[in-house]
Design a protein around this ligand. Structure first.
Ligand code: ADP
Ligand code: MG
Length: 551
């Protein structure tokens, strides 16, 4: 048939499909959530595009999602009357992996022993349907488009694309219909109660009606389709929030922090935000994008509006404004003073909530810190205004213990100690053996041991906490002379000044240009010497951390 074209999948897609098709992963339910989430995105996009082009919803019918099981044909069809895809979009969207997070996920999957567990934890979008289907037929018609196209694949090396009959019952008037030819062991997904159970668990918060068609052809709505963030806190349970997190953020873990409030005043908006308990794969993407969803009066506008600073990009959820115009253009999103105001206020609330959590539920704060601490620390050098707060939130491994705060550090200062000391390096183990710690140890001085690549950034500018400057032990002069030794007998028996000068001269002669200076130091107690950077030059340890970051 000359109208059918065969195309190859991008290599990453083939790898992913191979994993899906041969999946023995037991929690296959998630495929439905992924398809419903795509259908919902498509309805969102239609509603948004229709703001400037109402003709797109020509029939006036509000977008919705419809699930039709067909036991005699052994198919499950998920159809939406959303934006749809034209031929090129079908090829691009269902033949490649666009999200870099998914790409790095695929490369992790290959190495991981528990790769299949990762599928459940992170979801892999459309392609997850190949866990339950041996063949998938997608028929789509772009809103406003004159043609419909069919994409089909059995999950092998490629897919076929062909023109769809407009008068075929399967061809939607607008939107996308996804027909799954189920594998033998996936027949349970044809049962109404199974479908209802999964929709309730994962997709109840989807904004659009999800209808289930029974064997008599009658449709009934099976989700509550409420904008949960608009409801009063008092009506909602912990479980409601957990479900909302899963369906809004497309997440599988539990939220470690939930923040739900309504701001009234100059601007009114509802906020429902969550801190996840596990890291997403794209956490360290160079884009560093926050993905909080912006709604205007319950209409989804974009998840690309930079509603939070990059160092809070791990937060998930929704901000729904009452006052913004619906037809927000890209430029308006970038320069809107109201959005800037919302961003500032919400950022402050999140920090406040983190502070409270650290205080009242330290175990939950630790979950967040363990997963996102390195990201939050980016704020120390990016958010000047909140630097002190972010420093206070930070937890450090120090020579005195783990998860120490700077407040604790300052409370435990030694007599005459006026500075906060740190040493940066690539592992705690190696730092603990570093001779540069010796003199501090001999005086019982606590030293922060910094091993995150991001530590190189925020420590590179002069910084203080509660009036105490932070100082690197591997850079410049460190003067411990006023701080008493714990055990006085360990003090270096003072050598005569001429001895010292002789030794320094001999070392300088030997090392010549390779060093800029040689000095006697109180930094060491048992080691004979160590290398340090000049006060104004770059810090060697930090340089190494930076090199690791850029690798
Ligand atoms: P993601 O949803 O994260 O982008 P998916 O693998 O789930 O990744 O989907 C890939 C892309 O395919 C989507 O971004 C979208 O452009 C397109 N797509 C999938 N399902 C639909 C649908 N029902 N209607 C319109 N476009 C869709
Ligand atoms: Mg998706």
């Amino acid at each position: 048939d000359p109208t059918v074209e065969t195309k190859a999948f991008q290599a990453e897609v083939s790898e992913l499909l191979n994993l899906m098709v041969h999946s023995v992963y037991s929690e296959t339910d998630i495929f439905l959530r992924e398809l419903i989430s795509n259908a919902s995105d498509a309805c969102d996009k239609l509603r948004y595009e229709a703001i400037s082009n109402p003709a797109l919803i020509g029939d006036g019918e509000a977008p919705k999602i419809r699930i039709t099981p067909d036991k005699s044909a052994n198919t499950l069809t998920i159809a939406d009357s959303g934006i749809g895809m034209d031929r090129q979009e079908l090829i691009d969207n269902l033949g490649t992996i666009a999200r870099s997070g998914t790409k790095s996920f695929v490369s992790r999957l290959k190495d991981a022993k528990d790769g299949l567990g990762l599928i459940g934890q992170f979801g892999v979008g459309f392609y997850s349907a190949f866990m339950v289907a041996e063949r998938i037929v997608v028929t789509s018609r772009r809103a406003g488009g004159e043609e419909a196209w069919t994409w089909s694949s059995a999950g092998g090396a490629g897919f076929e694309i062909a023109s769809a009959e407009l008068n075929d019952a399967r061809t939607p008037g607008r939107g996308t219909s996804i027909e799954l030819h189920l594998k033998k062991d996936a027949a349970k997904y044809l049962e109404a109660y199974e479908i209802e159970r999964i929709v309730r668990a994962y997709s109840d918060n989807i904004q659009f009606p999800i209808e289930l068609v029974d064997d008599k052809g009658e449709a009934k709505q099976i989700n509550s389709a409420s904008a949960l963030w608009q409801r009063p806190k008092s009506e909602l349970t912990q479980d409601d929030y957990k479900e909302a997190y899963k369906s809004i953020a497309g997440a599988f873990d539990e939220p470690a922090m939930t923040l739900h409030y309504r701001a009234e005043g100059r601007y009114s908006y509802a906020v429902l935000l969550f801190a996840p308990s596990t890291k997403p794969f794209d956490l360290f993407d160079p884009e560093r994008k926050a993905r909080v969803k912006l709604y205007v009066r319950r209409v989804f506008i974009t998840d690309d509006a930079d509603l939070l600073p990059a160092y809070l990009r791990f937060m998930r959820g929704v901000i729904d404004s009452e006052d913004l115009p619906l037809n927000l253009s890209r430029e308006m999103l970038q320069n809107n003073p109201q959005l800037a105001q919302i961003r500032k206020a919400v950022t402050g609330r999140i920090i406040g909530e983190l502070e409270m959590l650290a205080d009242k539920q330290p175990e939950n704060f630790e979950i967040i810190w363990d997963a996102f601490g390195p990201v939050i620390k980016e704020g120390i050098y990016e958010d000047f205004e909140r630097r002190e707060k972010l420093l206070a939130l930070s937890r450090f491994t120090t020579t005195a213990g783990e998860k120490r705060t700077l407040r604790q550090y300052v409370a435990d200062l030694k007599p005459n100690q006026t500075e906060i000391y740190f040493l940066a390096g690539d592992s705690i183990e190696r730092l603990k053996g570093n001779p540069k710690l010796e003199s501090a140890t001999a005086r019982g001085i606590e030293v922060l041991l910094l091993t995150d690549p991001v530590d190189a950034f925020w420590t590179s500018a002069p910084l203080d906490f509660e009036g105490k400057p932070l100082k690197s032990l591997s850079q410049g002069d460190v003067d411990f002379s006023l701080i008493p030794l714990l055990d006085d007998s360990k003090r270096n028996e003072s050598k005569s000044a001429t001895d010292e000068a002789d030794i320094i001269a001999a070392i300088k002669l030997n090392l010549g240009d390779r060093i800029s200076d040689v000095r006697a130091s109180q930094r060491l107690t048992t080691s004979a010497s160590c290398l340090v950077a000049g006060s104004h030059g770059p810090d060697r340890e930090l340089e190494r951390l930076l090199a690791r970051q850029n690798r």
